[in-house]
Design a protein around this ligand. Structure first.
Ligand SMILES: [Zn+2]
Length: 189
């Protein structure tokens, strides 16, 4: 997951001129508005690799590769998107908000886990309703004239023992921190 903001990504792209960057890998010659060179991504004898300083993009008429400066570095250095951004940020002296990023990553992961916990819990209690231990609840929904379609559509469920959900969630591999963050389980003495 890439956690850098669009603003930071734009700043990185704007501060790394594509002609400067590609010139470090490919000998470029100016021809009209564009630069041309031998494509580093396929074998060729006459240059079909073009770089546009106006549009800040590259394109190879031979093998079809193309994109902006981030795509180029990612491809030629064989780096993922995040590592490419870090490399280009360093090249142009941009400080990436690393500490804040780590916190963001943690917060986003926790939020994702809480969603998963809620989803699992709804299904878990719903399945519970159809077990033998839910007799009382089954009679109750019958009395309320709730048919199976309704029960399924609204994921009507049944909870028995006070710590069954906690145990089931632990069995799914969720951590105590994630489970407590969901507020579906609370801590007692
Ligand atoms: Zn090519």
């Amino acid at each position: 997951m890439v956690l850098y903001s669009d603003e930071i990504i734009d700043e990185i792209r704007n501060s790394n001129d594509i002609v400067d960057v590609i010139s470090q890998y490919v000998v470029l010659k100016r021809s009209g508005r564009n630069f041309f060179g031998l494509c580093p991504f396929h074998k060729e004898k006459s240059p079909s690799f073009s770089v546009s300083p106006d549009k800040q993009i590259f394109h190879c008429f031979g093998c079809g590769v193309g994109g902006n400066v981030i795509h180029f570095v990612s491809k030629i250095e064989n780096l993922d998107f995040k590592s490419t951004l870090e490399m280009l940020a360093q090249r142009s002296g941009i400080n990436l908000p690393l500490a804040e990023n780590g916190q963001d990553a943690k917060r986003i992961k926790l939020k994702e886990q809480v969603y998963k916990i809620n989803e699992f819990t709804a299904q878990y209690f719903h399945k519970n309703l159809y077990t033998t231990k839910a007799k009382q609840a089954q009679e109750y929904v019958k009395k309320r004239k709730l048919d199976n379609n309704t029960l399924q559509a609204f994921q009507i469920g049944f909870s028995t023992n006070y710590d069954e959900l906690y145990k089931a969630l632990k069995k799914q591999g969720f951590t105590d921190e994630e489970i407590l963050a969901s507020s579906l389980v609370s801590k007692s003495r």
